[in-house]
Design a protein around this ligand. Structure first.
Ligand SMILES: [Zn+2]
Ligand SMILES: [Zn+2]
Length: 269
């Protein structure tokens, strides 16, 4: 069974100390067959540590070495590019200059603040804050500068991880029209969605919520990836098997892997 973990941060990300080799070993130990490193690049992020271009030369050298040493697992070179409207052009330029297997587009910041910081709540009620977040996700998929350079939209529902409210879940039923607009645009532009398992322990469900994954399928979505968003070795491969099952229950017969930014489809069963 193919068990991909397509969202892993190592010490090439500013918020992880995990040695890439440690990540590969943890992946193998947990039964993961395909790992993709998706290091952070959030140009214009208000937290200075995220506002930088990763060490691509170092990443290339490391991945080359690990592929030689661990032929039993596929190792992909990816990136998680944060969407900030003011820096979209600069981000697109960096993405265009590099070779990746897989590129995630993420909305972390809304109106200049990361949804993960307490101040980003700004006294808003849940519906107002979540709607603004989803409108930003919609802007990200409508951004023509970035469109040629990414493959999947990461963790739709990231705001739930901010834990700003008593019940943080973000389901399809809360904003059906807005979700349809986002999902239809993703499908129309030949992109996919990522199902991110980090929401299970923080936020109460995978991101996006299973109801949104199901709707994506109903609308004709086919490209779907799964990632743990691990920043530490103990989270590599977390809930991947269960999430493959969830995706199958939502009606998908295949999951997607990427090589040189070309999607490949693997039967789940
Ligand atoms: Zn992210
Ligand atoms: Zn991430």
């Amino acid at each position: 069974m193919t068990l991909p973990d397509y969202h892993v941060h190592t010490s090439y990300s500013p918020d992880s100390k995990m040695d890439p080799e440690e990540a590969v070993c943890a992946a193998i130990a947990s039964g993961v067959t395909d790992i993709c490193f998706t290091e952070h690049m959030d140009l214009g992020h208000h937290m200075e540590m995220y506002d930088r271009v990763p060490n691509f030369a170092g990443m290339d050298e490391t991945i080359f070495r690990l592929r030689e040493k661990y032929p039993e697992i596929h190792i992909g070179k990816g990136i998680e590019a944060g969407y900030i409207p003011e820096t979209a052009e600069e981000t697109a330029k960096v993405l265009a200059e590099q070779r990746f297997d897989y590129v995630l587009l993420s909305t972390h910041c809304v109106d200049g603040l990361d949804c993960g910081v307490p101040e980003s709540k700004r006294g808003q009620d849940k519906l107002t804050a979540y709607q603004k977040y989803l409108e930003t996700v919609y802007d990200s998929v409508m951004d023509e500068k970035l469109r040629p350079y990414y493959d999947c939209v990461s963790h739709i529902g990231y705001i739930a991880k901010g834990l700003h409210y008593e019940d943080n879940s973000l389901t399809y039923q809360m904003f059906p029209e807005l979700f349809d607009k986002i999902l239809c645009e993703i499908i129309k532009s030949g992109k996919g969605i990522e199902v991110n398992t980090s929401g299970i322990d923080r936020g109460g469900h995978v991101l996006p919520h299973p109801s949104i994954v199901q709707r994506y399928r109903e609308l004709g979505g086919r490209i779907i990836t799964i990632g743990s968003d691990a920043h530490m070795s103990r989270n590599v491969g977390a809930y991947i098997k269960e999430t493959v099952e969830m995706v199958a229950n939502a009606g998908f017969e295949e999951i997607t892997l990427f090589q040189n930014r070309v999607p490949g489809f693997v039967k789940i069963r």
